[in-house]
Design a protein around this ligand. Structure first.
Ligand SMILES: [Zn+2]
Length: 463
């Protein structure tokens, strides 16, 4: 490990935090497109700021149509290593105790939107490159730092850039966590539709639940007519959801059913309690005099409350490298005889989009339902035994003294569609830096450590 580089980074801490605070001050949430600025004024402004700082350090920079910027360590030479960060952020949201777009330092932590995701890591990459340059370390291969501005809204920046330029054969992004994420499950989003004729005196009138497709829904409600308190309580008991449910009497024999579960990310649904599947389980255990309760019964047999592995949909799958498939019925809407349910599936390396799609189609049609919307991306894997991945793991353990190793995740990172890409940092295992929440931070120590890790990685990979 290079002591000179370490000393340089320690000595330049104030400059690093200064640069980070300049970037945090630009509220680069995706805005309305204007001519020449596809992601709005602020995303263009943060990119321009980053590139002007990089160019003041003596790096060759290029602004690619206000979508992506590139910063090369050397003015010449095809890069063999790419490092990818993003400068756009999610909206501040509520609950902040410090101004989200004015970086605030307290107790060794730097607070502000984007400090960890992903402006802080971007500053670490920039100063790692600067350290290498200013310390006069000569590498035989070039490095290209690629900064995007649309990661938080679907990565159209990268999809566009890939059509304009060839990406380096090895790419890492410090937009995940350590040690190295080399496997990301495939992802499917779809919609199931069912129909019934609600003309009874004991019937489900309406139902809804969930707000976003990639989360376990926290709440769901329904309105039913004609059922007694005893019938409702028994249905809840038989469904095993009594503790989540409350009933409220309404006019004309109607009852409002409210379910409160627990939210979780769609890639780890077992950590949540799905309010939508709990509601369907209850409704399916009511016996009405039309086919509305029958329809919920059928839906509930495909998406039973408490099940997240796709067993009842007959799409369950698992492999040693990437783990088990997960599924979440996340958004429900039912009124006037038409039900739609939106779901999210994360599947392991041993399956393909097509295979899951045909499984879903036959599961739905067996229950008189239809797959009405569907999109999918295949899993991502970069060889754990490649020199690239082994070197990153070694750098991590050498610099931090912590145990290294590859991890597989259910979520998708910025490199999901990049061949040979991995996520490397910048969150440390077991640490929660409040990414996307109020109080997002990076600690000063981690800021320095990340810069050292990236410098070390660049030196070893490009020597
Ligand atoms: Zn990010």
């Amino acid at each position: 490990m290079n002591a000179e580089i370490y000393n340089y980074i320690d000595a330049n801490l104030a400059k690093m935090t200064g640069t980070l605070s300049e970037l945090v001050a630009i509220p680069s949430v995706r805005g309305k497109a204007v001519p020449g600025k596809p992601y709005g004024e602020e995303c263009a402004r943060v990119l321009e700021k980053m590139l002007s700082i990089a160019s003041s350090f003596g790096f060759k920079t290029e602004n690619h149509k206000n979508r992506v910027g590139t910063i090369d360590l050397y003015p010449e030479g095809e890069p063999t290593l790419g490092i990818l960060c993003h400068l756009d952020v999610v909206p501040a949201g509520s609950g902040w105790r410090t101004p989200p777009f004015s970086m605030f330092m307290s107790g060794g932590k730097l607070y502000g939107r984007g400090t960890m995701d992903d402006k802080g890591p971007a500053v670490c990459v920039l100063y790692a490159m600067k350290a290498i340059k200013d310390c006069g370390i000569n590498l035989s291969q070039n490095v290209r730092f690629i900064v995007g501005t649309d990661e938080e809204n679907g990565s159209s920046d990268l999809a566009w850039y890939k059509k304009q330029a060839k990406l380096p054969p090895r790419v890492f992004t410090p937009d995940g966590s350590y040690p190295v994420i080399n496997i990301e499950k495939g992802m499917i989003r779809g919609e199931v539709t069912a129909k019934c004729t609600p003309n009874g005196t004991k019937s489900v009138l309406s139902a809804e639940g969930g707000t976003v497709i990639n989360a376990v829904p926290e709440s769901a409600t329904a309105e039913v007519i004609g059922f007694s308190d005893v019938e409702l309580a028994l249905a809840a008991k038989n469904a095993g959801v009594t503790s989540l449910v409350s009933f409220k009497k309404a006019a004309a024999g109607r009852t409002i059913i409210s379910v409160t579960g627990k939210s979780a990310h769609a890639s780890t649904p077992a950590e949540g309690k799905n309010a939508v599947t709990a509601l369907c389980a209850l409704l399916g255990r009511l016996y009405g005099d039309d086919d509305s309760t029958v329809m919920f019964r059928k839906l509930s047999t495909l998406f039973p409350y408490g099940e997240t592995d796709g067993k009842s949909l007959k799409i369950a799958a698992s492999d040693e490298k990437s783990g088990a498939l997960t599924e979440v019925l996340s958004i429900l809407s039912y009124s006037k005889g038409v039900l739609t349910g939106r779901f999210d599936v994360r599947f392991p390396l041993c399956r393909t989009v097509d295979k899951i799609k045909s499984g879903l189609k036959s599961a739905f049609s067996a229950k008189d339902m239809e797959l009405t919307d569907f999109s999918g991306v295949e899993p991502h894997e970069t060889d754990a035994e490649s020199d690239f991945v082994k070197t990153l793991n070694k750098v991590y353990s050498d610099v931090t003294g912590a145990r290294s190793g590859c991890i597989a995740i259910g979520g998708g990172t910025y490199v999901h569609d990049i061949e040979g890409g991995v996520a490397f940092g910048a969150e440390f295992p077991g640490e929660d830096c409040k990414i996307h929440s109020a109080g997002e931070f990076i600690s000063v120590d981690r800021l320095k450590q990340n810069a050292k890790i990236f410098a070390e990685a660049i030196i070893r990979l490009c020597k």
